[in-house]
Design a protein around this ligand. Structure first.
Ligand SMILES: Nc1nc2c([nH]c(=O)n2[C@@H]2O[C@H](COP(=O)(O)OP(=O)(O)OP(=O)(O)O)[C@@H](O)[C@H]2O)c(=O)[nH]1
Length: 149
Protein backbone atom coordinates (compact mmCIF):
# COMPACT_ATOMS: atom_id res chain seq x y z
CA UNK A 1 0.00 0.00 0.00
CA UNK A 2 1.43 3.40 -0.93
CA UNK A 3 1.66 6.33 1.50
CA UNK A 4 -0.76 8.29 -0.73
CA UNK A 5 -3.40 5.55 -0.51
CA UNK A 6 -2.96 5.33 3.26
CA UNK A 7 -3.55 9.09 3.63
CA UNK A 8 -6.99 8.99 2.01
CA UNK A 9 -10.15 8.63 4.08
CA UNK A 10 -12.21 5.46 3.77
CA UNK A 11 -15.70 6.43 2.60
CA UNK A 12 -18.55 3.99 3.14
CA UNK A 13 -21.31 4.11 0.56
CA UNK A 14 -24.26 1.69 0.51
CA UNK A 15 -25.91 1.02 -2.84
CA UNK A 16 -28.76 -1.10 -4.11
CA UNK A 17 -29.74 -3.05 -7.19
CA UNK A 18 -33.51 -2.61 -7.11
CA UNK A 19 -35.03 -5.33 -9.27
CA UNK A 20 -38.50 -5.00 -10.82
CA UNK A 21 -40.98 -7.73 -11.79
CA UNK A 22 -39.33 -8.06 -15.22
CA UNK A 23 -35.88 -8.58 -13.70
CA UNK A 24 -34.64 -5.13 -14.71
CA UNK A 25 -32.36 -3.11 -12.42
CA UNK A 26 -32.70 0.58 -11.62
CA UNK A 27 -29.80 2.92 -12.35
CA UNK A 28 -29.66 6.63 -11.76
CA UNK A 29 -27.68 9.30 -13.57
CA UNK A 30 -25.39 11.53 -11.50
CA UNK A 31 -26.51 15.13 -11.95
CA UNK A 32 -24.45 17.98 -13.41
CA UNK A 33 -22.25 19.74 -10.88
CA UNK A 34 -21.40 16.61 -8.88
CA UNK A 35 -18.21 14.55 -9.21
CA UNK A 36 -18.60 11.89 -11.94
CA UNK A 37 -21.58 13.81 -13.42
CA UNK A 38 -23.41 12.03 -16.23
CA UNK A 39 -22.34 8.56 -15.15
CA UNK A 40 -24.97 5.94 -14.22
CA UNK A 41 -24.89 4.44 -10.73
CA UNK A 42 -26.83 2.25 -8.37
CA UNK A 43 -29.06 4.32 -6.07
CA UNK A 44 -27.60 4.85 -2.60
CA UNK A 45 -25.10 7.14 -0.95
CA UNK A 46 -22.67 7.85 1.84
CA UNK A 47 -23.43 6.56 5.30
CA UNK A 48 -23.87 9.09 8.07
CA UNK A 49 -22.11 8.68 11.42
CA UNK A 50 -23.45 5.71 13.35
CA UNK A 51 -25.66 4.38 10.53
CA UNK A 52 -25.62 0.76 9.52
CA UNK A 53 -25.33 0.15 5.75
CA UNK A 54 -28.95 -1.06 5.72
CA UNK A 55 -30.35 1.97 7.53
CA UNK A 56 -28.25 4.43 5.51
CA UNK A 57 -29.46 2.81 2.32
CA UNK A 58 -33.10 2.86 3.44
CA UNK A 59 -32.74 6.59 4.21
CA UNK A 60 -31.08 7.31 0.85
CA UNK A 61 -33.68 5.40 -1.16
CA UNK A 62 -36.47 7.25 0.62
CA UNK A 63 -34.78 10.61 -0.10
CA UNK A 64 -33.81 9.82 -3.71
CA UNK A 65 -36.70 7.64 -4.87
CA UNK A 66 -39.54 8.04 -2.37
CA UNK A 67 -39.75 4.34 -1.59
CA UNK A 68 -39.81 2.49 1.73
CA UNK A 69 -37.81 -0.70 2.24
CA UNK A 70 -37.74 -3.09 5.20
CA UNK A 71 -34.20 -4.03 6.34
CA UNK A 72 -35.07 -7.71 5.81
CA UNK A 73 -35.69 -7.00 2.09
CA UNK A 74 -32.06 -5.93 1.55
CA UNK A 75 -30.02 -8.94 0.38
CA UNK A 76 -26.21 -8.55 0.51
CA UNK A 77 -24.93 -9.23 -3.00
CA UNK A 78 -21.31 -8.07 -3.42
CA UNK A 79 -19.08 -5.08 -2.76
CA UNK A 80 -16.77 -2.71 -4.54
CA UNK A 81 -13.45 -1.43 -3.19
CA UNK A 82 -11.85 1.33 -5.23
CA UNK A 83 -9.24 4.01 -4.66
CA UNK A 84 -10.42 7.37 -6.04
CA UNK A 85 -8.10 10.37 -6.18
CA UNK A 86 -9.20 11.76 -2.83
CA UNK A 87 -10.81 8.85 -0.98
CA UNK A 88 -10.91 5.07 -0.77
CA UNK A 89 -14.41 3.78 -1.48
CA UNK A 90 -15.92 0.72 0.16
CA UNK A 91 -19.38 0.09 -1.26
CA UNK A 92 -21.59 -2.85 -0.34
CA UNK A 93 -24.18 -3.52 -3.05
CA UNK A 94 -27.47 -4.99 -1.87
CA UNK A 95 -30.24 -6.43 -4.03
CA UNK A 96 -33.89 -5.70 -3.33
CA UNK A 97 -37.05 -7.10 -4.93
CA UNK A 98 -39.59 -5.68 -2.49
CA UNK A 99 -40.43 -2.12 -1.56
CA UNK A 100 -43.46 0.05 -1.08
CA UNK A 101 -44.30 3.23 -2.95
CA UNK A 102 -43.71 4.20 -6.58
CA UNK A 103 -40.14 4.83 -7.70
CA UNK A 104 -39.98 8.60 -8.27
CA UNK A 105 -36.91 10.71 -9.15
CA UNK A 106 -37.12 12.98 -6.07
CA UNK A 107 -33.90 14.83 -6.93
CA UNK A 108 -34.66 15.39 -10.62
CA UNK A 109 -32.26 12.63 -11.62
CA UNK A 110 -32.72 10.55 -14.78
CA UNK A 111 -33.67 6.95 -14.01
CA UNK A 112 -33.50 3.87 -16.24
CA UNK A 113 -34.66 0.29 -15.67
CA UNK A 114 -32.08 -1.81 -17.51
CA UNK A 115 -31.67 -5.54 -18.03
CA UNK A 116 -28.70 -6.60 -15.85
CA UNK A 117 -26.67 -7.68 -18.90
CA UNK A 118 -27.38 -4.29 -20.55
CA UNK A 119 -25.49 -2.39 -17.82
CA UNK A 120 -22.42 -2.95 -20.00
CA UNK A 121 -23.90 -0.31 -22.34
CA UNK A 122 -23.98 2.39 -19.63
CA UNK A 123 -21.00 4.46 -18.50
CA UNK A 124 -20.69 3.88 -14.74
CA UNK A 125 -18.12 5.04 -12.14
CA UNK A 126 -14.86 3.07 -12.25
CA UNK A 127 -15.73 1.44 -8.93
CA UNK A 128 -18.79 -0.12 -10.59
CA UNK A 129 -17.04 -1.60 -13.62
CA UNK A 130 -16.17 -4.94 -11.94
CA UNK A 131 -19.74 -5.24 -10.63
CA UNK A 132 -21.40 -5.00 -14.05
CA UNK A 133 -20.25 -8.40 -15.29
CA UNK A 134 -21.01 -10.17 -12.00
CA UNK A 135 -24.50 -8.77 -11.51
CA UNK A 136 -26.59 -10.92 -13.90
CA UNK A 137 -25.28 -14.25 -12.55
CA UNK A 138 -25.46 -13.18 -8.90
CA UNK A 139 -29.04 -11.96 -9.23
CA UNK A 140 -30.02 -15.27 -10.88
CA UNK A 141 -28.25 -17.17 -8.11
CA UNK A 142 -30.00 -15.28 -5.28
CA UNK A 143 -33.37 -15.56 -7.02
CA UNK A 144 -33.07 -19.34 -7.44
CA UNK A 145 -31.75 -19.78 -3.88
CA UNK A 146 -34.70 -17.88 -2.44
CA UNK A 147 -37.18 -19.77 -4.68
CA UNK A 148 -35.80 -23.05 -3.30
CA UNK A 149 -35.95 -22.04 0.38
N1 LIG B 1 -24.74 5.74 -4.93
C1 LIG B 1 -23.67 5.31 -5.57
N2 LIG B 1 -22.47 5.93 -5.39
C2 LIG B 1 -21.42 5.45 -6.07
C3 LIG B 1 -21.53 4.34 -6.96
N3 LIG B 1 -20.31 4.09 -7.49
C4 LIG B 1 -19.44 5.01 -6.97
O1 LIG B 1 -18.25 5.08 -7.22
N4 LIG B 1 -20.13 5.83 -6.11
C5 LIG B 1 -19.50 6.95 -5.41
O2 LIG B 1 -19.88 6.94 -4.04
C6 LIG B 1 -20.12 8.26 -3.61
C7 LIG B 1 -21.59 8.34 -3.24
O3 LIG B 1 -21.80 9.44 -2.54
P1 LIG B 1 -23.12 10.33 -2.61
O4 LIG B 1 -23.87 10.08 -3.86
O5 LIG B 1 -23.79 10.20 -1.30
O6 LIG B 1 -22.44 11.67 -2.59
P2 LIG B 1 -22.21 12.77 -3.67
O7 LIG B 1 -20.97 12.52 -4.48
O8 LIG B 1 -23.47 12.93 -4.41
O9 LIG B 1 -21.86 13.98 -2.82
P3 LIG B 1 -22.43 14.64 -1.54
O10 LIG B 1 -23.56 13.83 -1.01
O11 LIG B 1 -21.21 14.62 -0.65
O12 LIG B 1 -22.82 15.94 -2.04
C8 LIG B 1 -19.80 9.19 -4.75
O13 LIG B 1 -18.46 9.59 -4.67
C9 LIG B 1 -20.00 8.27 -5.95
O14 LIG B 1 -19.26 8.66 -7.05
C10 LIG B 1 -22.79 3.72 -7.15
O15 LIG B 1 -22.99 2.77 -7.91
N5 LIG B 1 -23.83 4.25 -6.44
Amino acid sequence: MTGAERAKPLVLVAACALVDDSGRVLISQRPEGKPLAGLWEFPGGKLEDGETPEHGLIRELDEELGIAIAPSSLIPLMFSSFSYADFNLLMPLFACWQWSGDVTPKEGQALVWAAPAALQDYAMPPADEPLKGLLPGLLDCVRSASAGS
